[in-house]
Design a protein around this ligand. Structure first.
Ligand code: ADP
Ligand code: MG
Length: 627
């Protein structure tokens, strides 16, 4: 008796394994694929794209909760296949498991229509071009009716009404109409951007939200969605190499202010075999077979392009702009710069060796990164003097070769008017990037340098520029493992808090790579035994304190690479000449000349601009000299 009672208790359906019904399976699957109306729109749009449509119209009512209707002019569905279309795991897009690794379509799981039909009032009408009549199929929360003949244009129309009507919990979770429509609009936008060759229409409650004519120019679509201001500022980068957010971040390292991010539209064409699309139910992620190659190619392509592009912040004095005028100037300016960059490239950089960087440095792509290089060999210049040494020249009265520093900072190549300065600076006419031979600058407010560039005037932030120069130099040295170190005869000792001392000692190795040799000096005192030569201007005790402070608060959370980069920023900031420092003419000249040895002299390492340019054209315009 007891036994049978127990057994009947355990026979309770809750604890035995059962095969789920197709309907439940589909509802579970639907939960995965169809999260909200926008998911339906995404799946239906993808199907229409896969069906080789040229025109797709999307009609939405009440944020998609009442109606989602897609009408396309694609190839349609064969009448015999209509039932299969709404059956789960039925697809026309792959056949064998091997096909999974060569997917060329947006769909392949055969789940979307089945899932949608399970949780809505669904109607499909389709006609292939060669068929005389169309076929209609209705599915009401999973219950099929049809198929039956109907009249309809060639292509496919799918209506989804009352989404989630039979899964009330889901329906309750729908957000406001405008939020849901916002998501729909986003999905629509994604498809639209990726397929500029499609004519697309989106309507909400009968009102046209987007009507996008087909175009061959990607930029036209971008302009429609994001406006001309953004579209015109985009830097067009193209690469045929076989090869994502992070690479972009890297490419922009030091070019953008903290907290700002580049706006990017990446159109990536890869062999289907190089990408695994079967890692996420809605393909919101894909996996690349060799993401490293892709990453490096992207990074080096971007870097190369940026280096040949004018990133100077242009001054605009006028409150209102005549767009055409500035546009023209800007384009011309850019063209000149790009041409200049091209002239600098040929072969000049072949000596650049791969760095030791732990992968991911932009030069890692087989040393093939081209960059504009100053005609004078850069390393050689570096041997002869660095900005710090040069700017040390100065005690007020002294000429270019004064005092204590001479042994190390032979000012040779930097003497004013040195003919090797610039290759044919004259042929370029308005070439704003090359330093005109008789470049003259004026320091104002002990802070800014005003330069006549031949094509206007440029105001340079002396600290920001010097910081950039120091940063690049130090960075290159660190990556090459050739930081010049100056041992200190008498170590500088700094007393600090236990945490700060520990933070420094914890990072002893990284610091050593940067040329800072620290060691414990008993208790919480730290001794600095050597200093990077480039940093000899900085106050070592303060530097050490600041570094410790920073390491203590932030250091442990960062990757090694970011750590080094941040420290480089910090150190170059400290080593650079300050705002408020009066400069001698030769110091100004040296600084300006170094400007053109930088990969990016347009921005300080924190991404602030180092210079603002007021073009001749803009001046003329301001003074009413142009029509
Ligand atoms: P999948 O797209 O993964 O194959 P779906 O459930 O989205 O799965 O669609 C099932 C099948 O229905 C597709 O493989 C395709 O053959 C057909 N189909 C769906 N939508 C359309 C459409 N708009 N035009 C032509 N065929 C379609
Ligand atoms: Mg699909």
């Amino acid at each position: 008796d007891d036994l049978s009672r127990m057994s009947s208790a355990t026979t309770d359906v809750t604890s035995r394994i059962q095969q789920l019904s197709a309907s439940v399976i589909n509802k579970i699957a639907a939960g995965e694929v169809i999260e909200r109306p926008a998911s339906v729109v995404k799946e239906l749009l993808e199907n229409s794209v896969d069906a080789l449509s040229t025109r797709i119209e999307v009609d939405i009512e009440a944020g998609g909760a009442e109606l989602i209707r897609l009408t396309d002019d694609g190839e349609g569905i064969h009448p015999d296949d209509v039932m299969l279309a709404v059956t789960s795991h039925a697809t026309s897009k792959i056949r064998t498991a091997d096909d999974l690794f060569e997917v060329q379509t947006m769909g392949f799981r055969g789940e979307a229509l089945a899932s949608i039909a399970e949780v809505s009032k669904f109607r499909l009408r389709t006609r292939r071009a060669e068929a005389l009549t169309g076929v209609e199929l209705q599915v009401d929360g999973g219950a099929t009716e049809g198929p039956k003949p109907c009249g309809c244009p060639a292509g496919t129309q799918i209506e989804v009404r009352q989404l989630f009507f039979n899964t009330p919990v889901r329906r309750k979770f729908l957000k406001t109409t405008s939020t849901e429509f916002g998501h729909i609009s986003e999905q629509f936008t994604r498809i639209a951007l990726a397929n500029p060759n499609l004519h697309l229409v989106l309507r909400h409650n009968g009102r046209v939200v987007h009507e996008l004519p087909a175009t061959h120019q990607l930029i036209d679509r971008l302009r429609l969605f994001f406006g001309s201001e953004l579209a015109d500022k985009l830097i067009w980068v193209e690469s045929d190499d076989r090869s994502l957010q992070h690479a972009l971040g890297e490419a922009y390292r030091g070019l953008l202010m903290v907290g700002r991010y580049p706006i990017t539209f990446l159109f990536l064409e890869v062999e289907p075999s190089q990408v695994d699309v079967n890692v996420h139910p809605t393909k919101s992620e894909v996996r690349f077979r060799d993401s490293q190659i892709l990453y490096r190619t992207l990074l080096s392509t971007l870097r190369r392009q940026f280096l040949g592009t004018n990133l100077d912040s242009e001054l605009s004095v006028a409150p209102e702009e005549k767009p055409e005028a500035t546009e023209e100037t800007r384009k011309q300016h850019q063209l000149e710069l790009v041409n200049w960059a091209k002239r600098q490239v040929p072969g000049a950089d072949s000596a650049r060796t791969d760095s030791t960087g732990a992968g991911g440095d932009e030069s890692a792509a087989g040393g093939t990164v081209e960059r504009p290089v100053h005609p004078l060999d850069r390393e050689e210049r570096e041997l002869h003097g660095d900005a710090a040494a040069l700017l040390d020249v100065s005690p007020p009265s002294a000429g270019p070769s004064s005092g204590q520093q001479t042994a190390e900072s032979d000012p040779g190549p930097f003497v004013l008017g040195e003919p090797a300065n610039i290759e044919e600076g004259s042929d370029a006419g308005g070439d704003a990037t090359a330093v005109p031979q008789t470049l003259r600058a004026m320091q104002i407010h002990d802070c800014y340098l005003v330069v006549d560039t031949g094509d206007g005037l440029t105001v340079i932030d002396q600290h920001a520029l010097h910081e950039r120069i120091m940063y690049e130099r130090l960075r290159r040295r660190v990556l090459d493992g050739t930081v010049e170190v100056q041992p200190l005869l008498i170590p500088v000792t700094v007393e600090m808090t236990a945490q700060d001392a520990a933070a420094l000692l914890d990072h002893e190795e990284v610091l050593r790579e940067l040329g800072l040799q620290v060691e414990s000096f008993g208790g919480t005192t730290i001794a600095l035994r050597a200093n990077p030569t480039l940093l000899r201007r900085a106050d070592p005790a303060r530097l050490l304190r600041d570094v410790a402070d920073w390491l203590e608060s932030r250091g442990s959370k960062l990757s090694r690479r970011d750590l080094i980069d941040h420290l480089l920023h910090m150190m170059s900031c400290k080593a650079a000449i300050k705002a408020g420092q009066r400069l001698q003419p030769e110091e100004i000249d040296a600084l300006l000349e170094q400007r053109h040895l930088c990969d990016d002299h347009h921005h300080c390492p924190h991404g602030r601009p180092t210079a603002l340019t007021l073009t001749r054209a803009e001046l003329d315009r301001q003074f009413g000299r142009l029509g």
